[in-house]
Ligand binder design. Structure first.
Ligand SMILES: Nc1ncnc2c1ncn2[C@@H]1O[C@H](COP(=O)(O)OP(=O)(O)OP(=O)(O)O)[C@@H](O)[C@H]1O
Ligand SMILES: [Mg+2]
Length: 286
């Protein structure tokens, strides 16, 4: 039998590694499977960045519950040079110095924002050099992951952050604001109808038993370094996964990763319903 014929050529090479190394590869977040919702979001962003500068830049809000795959899409944007070069990235949850929203934005653009002698009056939310930097570097959009964190703050700060976002999408900066967050992000936006209207809204939904889910699973299968094919996209496993995970992205992926580790350790070399049962009951006991 041609071991690993079901794998991508790149991943097939991993079959030569020890079991322990293969398990390491499984657990690493090292593959990304495109699916229609993620490609749609990326295409929308591409098109928004291509719009000529105008009074109000088009904005996007991607809403999804925890674990629906938001940050993974942001990571794909970062890895696409033609997009990444025109974007700045801010993650509201990665904020070790507790910077304020405006400081985070300035920081992401490499403009000093900490209190210092560059003439920022108390009311100025963003440093003056920012507009210039944005123009010089041809930045067209700002991606904000965990957008809701900028909104789950006391009301006065929330209003400040909202007006900052509005400012960024206005003429001087002209940035497309691209937010990824939970429904709290979207709710907060709706306080300002004028701002909310600038945002095109896309929801990231949980998986259901669809053709897209089956091709996503086929993509996962091509990347899990197992010697035998598991037919993850067959009706039995597809139905099982939806039942056990309610279709939530991170649960589907984590369950399959745990199952792949079981498949390696037991020598079975493919994912079966029995193995999935073990992985559901004891995900870390492989
Ligand atoms: N397209 C994909 N291909 C493969 N794995 C994926 C994909 N999208 C998401 N995952 C997996 O699902 C996990 C959760 O995804 P991610 O962290 O992107 O969700 P999130 O919506 O940002 O979650 P949170 O709300 O907790 O921040 C990731 O660690 C990754 O392993
Ligand atoms: Mg995330």
């Amino acid at each position: 039998m041609n071991a690993g014929a079901h794998l991508t050529p790149e991943r097939r090479k991993l079959l030569m590694l020890s079991d322990a190394r293969r398990i390491g590869e499984v657990q690493d977040d090292n593959f990304y499977i495109e699916y229609p919702a993620s490609s749609k979001i990326i295409r929308v962003i591409e098109n928004m960045l291509d719009v000529p500068r105008r009074t109000q830049a088009p904005c996007l809000m991607v809403k999804g519950d925890g674990g629906t795959g938001k940050t993974s899409i942001v990571n794909q944007l970062m890895k696409t040079p033609s997009l990444a070069s025109r974007l700045v990235f801010v993650a509201m949850n990665v904020n070790p110095y507790s910077l304020r929203f405006n400081e985070l934005i300035a920081d992401a653009l490499g403009v000093p924002s900490a209190a210092g002698g560059y003439g920022r009056s108390r009311k100025d939310l963003l440093p003056k050099e920012l507009a210039e930097v944005i123009k010089l570097r041809n930045i067209r959009g700002i991606v904000i992951d965990e957008f809701h964190d900028a909104m789950l703050v006391p009301r006065p700060e929330q209003l400040k952050n909202l007006s900052l976002i509005k400012g960024l999408s206005n003429q001087i900066y002209g940035l497309s604001v691209i937010g990824f967050g939970t429904k709290e992000a979207r709710n907060a936006l709706s306080f300002d109808a004028q701002l909310s209207r600038r945002f095109y809204k896309i929801d990231l939904a949980d998986w259901s038993e669809t053709e897209s889910f089956r091709s996503f699973l086929a993509g996962i299968e091509e990347n899990l370094p197992l010697k035998k094919s598991s037919n993850l996209d067959g009706p039995e496993i597809t139905g099982y996964l939806i039942e056990k995970t309610a279709g939530r992205m991170d649960q589907v992926v984590n369950l399959l990763k745990a199952a792949a580790c079981y498949a390696i350790r037991t020598g079975e070399e493919k994912i079966t319903i029995d193995i999935l049962n073990d992985a559901v009951a004891r995900p870390w006991s492989y």
